[in-house]
Structure formats: C-alpha cells, structure tokens
Design a protein around this ligand. Structure first.
Ligand SMILES: Cc1cc2nc3c(=O)[nH]c(=O)nc-3n(C[C@H](O)[C@H](O)[C@H](O)COP(=O)(O)OP(=O)(O)OC[C@H]3O[C@@H](n4cnc5c(N)ncnc54)[C@H](O)[C@@H]3O)c2cc1C
Length: 801
C-alpha cells in the first residue's frame, strides 16, 4: 500500500469511487481510496439502482442530469456494463397542488435542456398501463429516468479511476485522521499510516464516525428503507418492452420492472431512524429484518394504484439503511474549520447524484471552485449550531416528506422553534407567523387577531396576502419596524483590516463613519457575497450579509486569512431593528438626544433610550430607513423605546414577506436568488459597485476586468407581469418571440405598486425598456413587459434626502 498521496478518499461506495474517478478526470492521478471491506459495502450494494432528474433545487436537478448521462461515458471508457435500463418514467399527480408542482418543474426544465413532458391520463394509460388512473390529473414524463446495476456501476467508476492513475485499497480500515501543522493529514489505518495532502470523507453509513475522527460533527443520519421484488407478473413479462418507472407521490412509492416482475419501494410515514447512537463497525453485507407492519398502509395504497401487485407473490424484500442530511441534500465541500478536509457524504440518492457530487467536489479540490452554485449541497449550509438533536427530527421529517409537494412558501415544522431572539415572545404575542432561517425563528408576517396563525402552503398567492399588504402600506406611508437579527454580521479588526478588505472585497472600502455596498468575488469572478461594510474606525469594520451564508463566508474568510486581521462572526452577538418609511426619522428624533442628521450611508454610535447602539442609514426596503444594532441583552429595552415612540407616527411591525415585496419596488436582488455563484457581477449589475479606479488587486479582479472588456451576454432585468393568482417564484422560463431566452431569478407581488414583478436574466440584445416577453407560470404563458423605472422612490430622493 502506498503511504503518501495527494488525496486519500475514505470509503468505497458509489460516492467515493465517483470522487476518485473525477479527480483523475480533472488531472490529479496521485490519488487513492481506502475501503474497510469490499467496494459497495455500505448502502451501495442493496440500492434499488433507480435514477431520475427531478429535484426541487435547479442546480441539483442539473447535476442529476449530468450523473445519468455519465453512465454511458463510464461504459465506453471501461468497457464494463453499468446494467443501464433507460426506460423513462412518470411522476403522477392526483391533486391540483401536485400538478402545479409538476408544471413548475417542467417549466424549469425548458431552459435546462431537459426534455420532460406533461402528459394526461390517456397517455399515462399507454406509458404505464398497470396504473389505476382513478383521480389522476396528469404526470410528468422524463425520458432520462431508469435504473442500473449498483455493483456494476461502482466497479465501472473504480476501473475508470484506476485507468486514470488512482489506486484503490480494499480491506483497509481507517481508524484515525490526524492533521499536521502544515494542513496535511495522517490517515491511520489498520495496515499503516498514509500521509495525504487532502482527505475526503465518503464514509456513507459511517460518515458520522469518520467525521468524528477529525473532531467534526457532520449532520446526517441513517434511515431504514425497504423495497419489495415480486414474483413474475404476466402483465409485465408479456410486454414487448420494459415497463417504465412510476413514481406515485400520493402513495409515497416508486415502482419499476425487475426481471419478469416488479420492484416497489416506499417512503412510509411510520419510518424509523437507524443506528441513532452510531453505526456499528461490524455492520457489513447484511440486511435488516423484513418489516411489513411498517409499510402496511403503503402496500394497501399500492394495491389500489397498481392492482396487479395484489395478485403477485413476494420474491424478495430488501430492507437496509442509508443516510440523509436535515434537508435531504448531500453534504459536499471543504468542512468549515478544517484545512484540506472534504466532505462527500449524506448522499441519499447515490445513483442520481453521485456523478454530480464527484464532479463538483473534484472541481472544488483541483481549481478552488465549482462551475455552478452548489449552495444546496454545500456542507457549510449548516452552522455550528447544528447538533444531533436537531438533525434527527429533521431527517425523519425529510424522509416522510420525500414525496410530498414542496411549496415555495412552505415552513417545515420539525425541530422548531430552535433558536430564538429576545423578541420571540413579544412578537408571538403580536400575532407573528414564523419561518425558520438557518435554524433561527424569523417573523414572516403578523396575522390579525381574526386571521389564522398559519400560512397555507401554495404555489399561488397565499393567505398571507392581506397581512403583507397591510405591512407594506405601513412602511410606505408611515414607518415599519422589524429585527435585523437575521443578517450575517462580522467584526473585522486589526492594523491590516483595510488592506485585507481591499483584497477580499471588489468594492470600495468606506471611510470612517460611512458605509459601502460591495460584491465579493471568487477568483473566476463569480458572486460569492454581497456585503455592506461599515467603517467604525481605521482598524475596525462591521460587515453585514446574508444570515444563511455565515458558515460559507466564515470558511472563505479563514481560507484567505491575513496576519494583523481578526474576523469575528458576531451574527448572534449583535441584534437590533430596522425602522423604515417616511416617518422613520421622526421616530429616531424621539428616541435619542444625539443628532439624527445621518446622511444616506452614514454610520455612527448613538444612544437609543438607555442603550448605546450603532445606527446606520441604509434600507433594503427602499426609501428612508435606519438599521439600529445593539447587544441581545439590550434588545427588549431598545424595542420598548422604539415601539413606544413609534406609536405617534403610525409604526407597525413587518416581516419577511413584506420585506421581499418592498425590495421589488426598487428591483433589489437577494442572496441566492439574483446574487449567487451562478452569476457574475456584470450579469447582475453588481459591477457598478466595483472599485475599478483603486489600484488594488482584489480577488476576482482579472475575471471582472475581462468581463468589463467583453460584457456578458445575459443581464438581470425586471419585468411587470400580467399574472393571475400566482406570481413568479424562481426559474420560470422567459420567452421572447416564442423562444425561451432566459429565466426568472425571483419575483413576487409589489403591494405598493399593485403589480406582479419578476426579476430574471435575459440576453443583452433584448434588455430594453418596453421589451415584450412571456413568462411561463405554472403552465400558463403570462405577458410580461421589461421595466427599468423603479416603482417607488425612482429618483432616490427618499433614500438620500
Ligand atoms: C433499500 C435501499 C434502496 C435504495 N435505492 C436507491 C435507488 O434506487 N437509487 C439511488 O440513487 N439510491 C438508492 N439508495 C441510496 C444509495 O444506496 C445511497 O445513496 C448510496 O449507496 C450512498 O453511497 P455512499 O458511497 O455515500 O455510501 P456507502 O455505500 O455507505 O459507502 C461508504 C463506504 O465507506 C466505507 N467506510 C466507512 N468507514 C470507513 C473507514 N473507517 N475506513 C474505510 N472504509 C470505510 C464503508 O465500508 C462503505 O463501503 C437506496 C438505499 C437503500 C438502503
């Protein structure tokens, strides 16, 4: 066994071998994989081998498409068979919401180049004749759906990796992973120690245990899962061709042909987590005992949907564990807090996602970044607040909701409330309807006493409509107040703080007492942050950005650390409020004896009531607004001061729904919608904040300069949409002259202007005021007009005045 390597991948399941193969494909050949038993010895050997592209996250869906297309390539490279059955598949819809979801998915697939199709009951009867169509409205047909041989595929990946120079050592058990001072690792195994520059944890069922060897907690948990293979069924073996896959979300089942019979698996409600206190090391090629009680109701339902099953005998039952993260997506990327330690685990659909996971991780390792936004599977999407106590109920919820409709406005109930601010009970008493962001309870809106304290999940306008309209009106006509807790906040201090910011941020770093807005770019010029920087002293800055990106941004700051600079994440150590609206200054006047003559983008220390606060004049709601920061221990005092003074000026509290409506009036983008690593500064208009004239070599400068010389083809624009009862959410295709030319990044309803608004990327050639387009919302073509004049405070008079 070799004892030094550039990369040591731990785990020879489908994910580990995919990472290994992709590393060789991208040019790293000094790479090795160690497996404690034979390849496939975790979840991989007993998988049903099904694959499909459907995923609520567009980038995940694209990577699933990549994975499926890769199998042919693997077969060609290795001459081995993956046992591919490209039979196509349908996902049934038995109610309007499910059908809406499929319509929305189909619309997204248009610009992704996925050839899915909506089909009606008559076509379903032809495609999948064993289906009882009672109550079925339609289905989404995907020609890419199919299944394969899990073992053959894993070995094909392994052979392709070996052909690229990789080595694979089986029956080598990793017992410790110890970091050296230079960032490299000693991987201690039962056959000796391997010195590796990088470690990849692809430990699958044992990824928690492997993570613990490096002192990290990876939020994943195994769940039991069961599928049944039937005896021969005449309606199946008498067919001329193989029966396609059928996903029946109402029955929480997936079904496909297996030999001369069928194979059906369930995501049952009475599901069970497995190995809660840790995966035993002696668990190997074995199955869990059959448990028909657990899936009894699902089987009953399946008999009604597919009557042939009732007459078929059971040939075999496969019951085994596999892992999930709290949101069901993989955990991929550099593990925050560690150097050269990478995660490739929590992959619950290894045969749909394994290829994409391998490609993204290999790109990240070899080039420093991925070709697309992988936030949905980034291991840094959870913060250091994550714990096994949170992960377990979330994983159970995720398993149970595997086949549920996912609504854009849905708030999932498990493990809540988790983290709350001192305002929780005060806002709760005022009718707050809560959402969760990065584990934190945030107010979505305030219900009136006679309104339900629950927002109905929907693809269309929800019951939050009236409340949101009231809150928007208060902000536009008087003054609104909400918390600033859910901003990511960082304190940057030290003699080299300004130099460091100059390098890390692309925009201008402000003078003392001032703020600036700036994009943060990756070396390839992708947007990896949009920040507000406040300069409090020559060696003291405060940064604010997205609350959900804390671990992501902290990891980047640590990777680009500099002597003489300390960066502290103070997201939860600083809280406070924003007050916004034409009366905001009157409220400020009433709560302080300090001068309130702050100009737009000023920041200063002020005493609010009894509390020393940091006040900055800036607003995401457009118009006049202030952000007021204080310590959590003082937050309730600051609230009472502001709220009492606000009563004379029409103050009302507002939540995230109103904030997202208000920002549309100025076409302000938001993180992971308009601003994400999928886009560049010039595409999104963020290049206007770049400090070109400063002679500073900020990260991403060369890429940004290149874009400046040759502007990108697509640009972010706003549209007024002739919508019905549904507004744009994200990724709806934008058609111009009957051709899909772009897609929406986000949208919603401007309650102030009474208009449905979409933001989206389209070719520069079409980006002119008045350009006519159509946007496909839930299967309907809606007329849209490109607009360039903001709907509120168009000349910025309110904001700056
Ligand atoms: C019943 C069932 C049906 C399924 N059906 C499907 C399906 O149809 N389609 C689909 O896409 N997915 C399916 N899955 C899920 C799929 O099996 C997993 O997504 C996939 O196998 C995960 O692969 P992995 O490589 O991440 O983990 P694993 O397969 O668990 O591999 C991890 C490997 O790491 C090794 N290892 C761990 N610790 C160490 C150590 N310390 N030293 C050395 N080696 C170590 C283990 O021995 C193991 O081989 C199914 C799962 C189950 C249980």
């Amino acid at each position: 066994m070799k004892t030094t390597t550039r990369v040591c991948v731990i785990g020879g399941g489908v994910v580990g071998v995919s990472v290994l193969y992709h590393l060789t494909k991208l040019g790293w050949s000094d790479v090795m994989l160690v497996e404690r038993s034979e390849l496939t010895s975790g979840s991989t050997w007993h998988a049903a081998g099904g694959f499909h592209t459907l995923n609520g996250d567009t980038n995940m869906a694209a990577l699933q498409g990549y994975t499926i297309r890769l199998y042919k390539e693997l077969e060609e490279i290795t001459g081995m068979s993956c046992g591919l059955h490209h039979v196509g598949g349908i996902t049934l819809a038995d109610n309007k919401d499910r059908f809406d979801m499929l319509l929305a998915e189909r619309a997204k697939h248009r610009y992704m180049g996925l050839e899915t199709e909506i089909v009606g009951p008559e076509e379903i009867a032809k495609i999948a004749p064993i289906t009882n169509l009672n109550g079925i409205l339609g289905a989404l047909y995907d020609p890419l759906d199919g299944h394969l041989d899990p073992s053959g595929t894993t070995h094909a990946y392994a052979k392709a990796a070996r052909m690229g120079g990789a080595t694979i050592e089986t029956h080598v058990m990793v017992r410790e992973t110890n970091p050296r001072a230079d960032g490299t690792w000693d991987v201690v195994t039962d056959k000796g120690t391997i010195h590796a520059e990088h470690v990849v944890n692809a430990g699958g069922l044992w990824a928690r245990e492997v993570g613990a060897m490096a002192g990290v907690y990876l939020p994943l948990h195994p769940m039991e899962h069961q599928y049944i293979v039937t005896d021969e069924i005449a309606e199946i073996y008498e067919r001329d061709n193989e029966h396609p896959h059928v996903m029946d979300p109402a029955g929480e089942s997936y079904l496909r042909q297996e030999g001369r019979g069928l194979c059906i698996g369930f995501y049952e409600q009475p599901c069970r987590p497995w190995a809660v206190d840790g995966t035993p090391w002696n668990f190997g090629h074995e199955l869990l005992p059959d448990d028909f009680d657990k899936i009894g109701e699902s089987i009953e339902f399946a008999y009604k949907r597919f009557p042939v099953l009732e007459r078929a005998g059971v040939k075999s039952v496969i019951h085994g564990p596999f892992t999930f993260a709290p949101d069901g997506n993989p955990l991929v990327g550099p593990v925050p807090g560690l150097r050269n330690y990478w995660s490739a685990c929590g992959v619950m659909a290894g045969f749909s996602q394994g290829g994409g996971v391998g490609l993204m991780l290999a790109q990240w390792m070899t080039t420093g970044e991925c070709e697309r936004d992988v936030s949905a599977m980034d291991v840094a999407r959870f913060g250091d607040w994550i714990s096994p106590g949170y992960t377990l109920p979330k994983v159970i919820e995720n398993y149970q909701k595997r086949f549920s409709v996912s609504y854009p406005n849905e708030e999932l109930p498990a493990a809540r409330p988790n983290r709350t601010t001192p305002m929780f009970d005060i806002f709760d008493g005022m009718g707050a309807v809560w959402g969760a962001q990065y584990g934190l309870e945030v107010v979505n809106y305030f219900a009136a006493p006679d309104e339900p304290r629950f927002e109905t999940p929907s693809f269309r306008r929800s019951n939050a409509w009236e409340a949101t309209a009231r809150e928007v009106k208060a902000v536009r006509e008087a003054v609104g107040i909400n918390e600033v807790q859910n901003f990511g906040k960082y304190e940057v201090r030290g003699a080299n703080a300004r130099d460091w910011l100059d390098r890390i941020m692309a925009g201008r770093i402000p003078k003392i007492g001032r703020l600036s807005l700036t994009p943060m770019l990756s070396p390839q010029g992708r947007l990896i942050g949009d920040f507000t920087i406040s300069c409090l002293a020559d060696d003291w800055f405060q940064l604010t950005a997205s609350y959900g990106a804390q671990a992501y941004h902290t990891r980047w700051f640590e990777q680009n650390a500099q002597d003489g600079v300390t960066v502290r994440n103070v997201s939860d150590a600083l809280t406070g409020f924003q007050i916004a609206g034409p009366n905001a200054r009157k409220v400020l006047d009433a709560v302080t004896r300090d001068p309130t003559d702050l100009k737009f983008l000023d920041v200063r220390s002020m005493t609010i009531g009894m509390t020393s606060c940091l006040v900055q004049r800036v607003s995401y709601t457009a118009g006049l607004g202030y952000e007021i920061y204080c310590e959590p221990v003082a937050q309730r005092q600051v609230w009472h001061t502001l709220w009492t003074a606000g009563q004379d000026h029409g103050m009302k509290p507002f939540g995230m729904r109103a904030m997202m409506s208000l920002r549309l009036d100025k076409f302000f983008g938001s993180w992971l919608s308009e601003f994400s690593p999928d886009y560049t500064a010039a595409e999104t208009g963020m290049d206007r904040f770049i400090a070109w004239s400063q002679n500073v070599d900020f990260i991403g400068r060369a890429a940004a300069e290149a874009e400046r010389a040759t502007p990108p083809n697509r640009v972010l624009c706003a549209f007024e949409v002739d919508a019905g009862d549904a507004d744009v959410n994200a990724y709806e295709p934008i058609w111009v002259d009957g051709v899909v030319q772009g897609f929406c990044t986000s949208g919603g309803y401007s309650h102030h202007a009474g208009k449905s608004i979409a933001l989206g990327l389209i070719p520069r050639a079409h980006a002119q005021d008045g350009q006519k387009a159509q946007i496909e919302i839930l299967g309907e073509m809606r007329d849209a007009t490109l607009i360039t004049t903001p709907l509120y405070d168009a000349d910025g008079g309110q904001m700056r005045g």
